[in-house]
Design a protein. Structure first.
Length: 212
């Protein structure tokens, strides 16, 4: 693969990914080079490009939307960092998903919420609030997936307790959209006895805010 100037910059130590993302947004023709960089043999270039793409997906999702199928395929990457970035990017692209492509791949995306790796599952949970806001028609399905976290098996019980705290924060983002609030508050009430202090605190704050 020929190394272009943007890729050379990404490969340098101390590179500002935000500046490169801004440059690509201003000059969209550079996007193909950043996408190509994901297959670089140089780890710093490969992961730097992933970071730049994640930033672009947040700042200008419409620019990456034509590549949404590519990022959905990247969810199957053996490289966890590329996978985690793909999870974030796909979530950001739901905001401009006029063709409902995400909806058709919902099961695939949410299969990672039960991944044994807490980090992989956490990326899905952390993005769920924004996905629900972008895709209100999926509110019920997203909520059901989040509620399953309590029953999922992760590497340790503490991993599940951490994830449950993240579930509370995700639900907080779109709580007003949820029709069956009882099943949500029932789970959150149970977290008042969660052995993890931070998760208990999140449950207390949520229930207090909503008058339960």
């Amino acid at each position: 693969m020929t190394t272009s100037k943007p890729l050379e910059t990404i490969g340098q130590k101390g590179t500002d990914a935000n500046e490169i993302a801004k440059e690509v947004i201003e000059e969209p023709k550079l996007l193909s080079e950043i996408l190509e960089g994901l297959s670089s043999d140089t780890g710093r270039i490969r992961l730097g490009c992933a970071k730049v793409l994640r930033l672009i997906s947040r700042k200008r999702p419409v620019l990456l939307y034509p590549q949404i199928d590519f990022f959905i395929r990247l969810l199957d990457s053996d490289n966890n960092i590329l996978k985690w970035n793909a999870i974030d990017i796909v979530a950001n692209l739901t905001l401009v998903d006029s063709e409902n492509i995400f909806n058709r791949h919902f099961a695939k995306y949410y299969s990672f919420i039960s991944d044994e790796s807490m980090i992989t599952a956490a990326h899905v949970v952390d993005n769920s609030g924004n996905i629900a806001l972008a895709k209100p028609e999926l509110t019920g399905e997203i909520t059901d997936e989040l509620l399953q976290v309590e029953r999922n098996t992760y590497q340790t019980t503490e991993c599940r307790n951490i994830l449950l705290g993240k579930v509370i924060l995700a639900i907080e983002q779109y709580f007003d959209q949820i029709e069956d609030k009882d099943k949500v508050t029932t789970l959150i009430r149970r977290q008042l006895k969660n052995p993890r202090n931070a998760t208990r605190a999140k449950a207390e704050k949520f229930l207090g805010k909503h008058g339960f």
